[in-house]
Write a protein that binds this ligand. Structure first.
Ligand code: DON
Length: 336
């Protein structure tokens, strides 16, 4: 359970070996391990190597406790989950007004790879669809491609507390087959929405999707946002306080692809998913949830991960607009 080996700083508080909350997570894991609905992403061969039984759940609290069950050490590529965090870095690099001139914050209701721009402003709709994510990656500062990637990896380290590698075969496959992304990038270049270093930016985008993470990292990413931008274990600031609200607002409205409305209605937590099988979800001022299971539903969200988040939200009253007394009391169980 509480395993902080990969965190390079001290754990402020380690959860007890058994606890009601850990028992609850174990039950959740057992309940959904047998759910085999969905399909592993196979648009590149490397992703198809994932095993359907892989399943990890990690919860990190804002007071630095970690609770984990299942495959929480298994590495996979972060894919679209990176988009939320790169948006945060772009905001830090340029400020809200400038970033918003280049990327809107409007949900599309369309698939993440749709080739569509706002007809009046030519902006991509939001930073969570591919076009918006590429325009956002374009904003990441650095004197060359190495420095831009280094800044991006440093930013991830700020959230997770550990160093991250790129999965090079995934990066090369994404780059070698990402013609649709290239088409969108060049369409945006045509409209002057991205800079002429667009080929370098496309590489950066493919690299950000290829960053290796595990379920614990995903819990730390969202726990850091839940904690106002400070990693609850290392105590390091990962994102300026003023931009946490921007990132989690867009996660709530656009983070779960074209199932974002359904997700906001059912789960009510800002979240982001990726085709690698990860989901990260933020319960503000309380905790972060990281789930990993590569079987994806038709919208591209992890089938088991969605179920886990639905249960957690309902049982602990985590929905942003919840007004009823939950069956389980989070404060009593873990947040004292
Ligand atoms: O750009 C792509 O096609 C993928 N690397 C994005 C992956 C993903 O998780 C889907 N996005 N929303």
């Amino acid at each position: 359970m509480a395993n902080s080996e990969n965190l390079q700083s001290s754990v402020s508080s380690i959860a007890p070996v058994t606890s009601p909350f850990l028992n609850y997570l174990n039950e959740l894991h057992q309940k959904y391990q047998s759910l085999n609905d969905g399909k592993i992403a196979d648009y590149i061969p490397e992703l198809a190597l994932a095993k359907p039984e892989w399943f990890g759940i990690c919860v990190a609290t804002v007071d630095g406790q970690l609770f984990e069950v299942g495959n929480c050490d298994q590495l996979f590529t972060v894919q679209s989950i990176s988009k939320a965090f790169v948006f945060g870095l772009a905001l830090e690099d340029h400020g809200r007004e400038y970033v918003n001139c280049k990327v809107s914050v409007e949900p599309t209701g369309e698939a993440f790879n749709s080739i569509v721009l706002d007809e009046i402003t030519n902006r991509p709709y939001n930073p969570m669809v591919n076009a918006g994510a590429i325009a956002t990656a374009d904003l990441i500062k650095g004197k060359n491609s190495t420095e831009r990637l280094k800044r991006l990896l440093e930013m991830f380290k700020g959230y997770t507390g550990r160093d991250h590698d790129i999965n090079v075969p995934v990066f090369l496959s994404e780059k070698g087959t990402g013609f649709r992304n290239k088409a969108m990038a060049y369409l945006m270049l045509n409209f002057g929405m991205v800079s002429e270093k667009i080929d370098e930016t496309l590489d950066l985008y493919f690299q950000q999707c290829s960053i290796m993470v595990n379920a614990r990292d995903l819990a730390m990413l969202s726990a850091t946002l839940a904690n106002g931008g400070i990693n609850p274990i290392t105590k390091q600031r990962a994102i300026a306080e003023e931009y946490v609200r921007d990132v989690i607002s867009v996660m709530l409205t656009c983070g779960m692809y074209d199932a974002s409305g359904e997700w906001a209605y059912r789960v009510g937590l800002p979240a982001k998913s990726g085709v690698g099988g990860g989901i990260t979800a933020v319960a503000l001022r309380k905790l972060g949830v990281g789930t990993f299971s590569p079987l994806l539903d038709k919208k591209g969200n992890s089938t088991r991960g969605v179920k886990v988040c639905e249960d957690l939200s309902r049982d602990f009253g985590l929905h942003l607009f919840n007004v009823v007394k939950p069956t389980h009391n989070l404060e009593e169980w873990i947040l004292r």
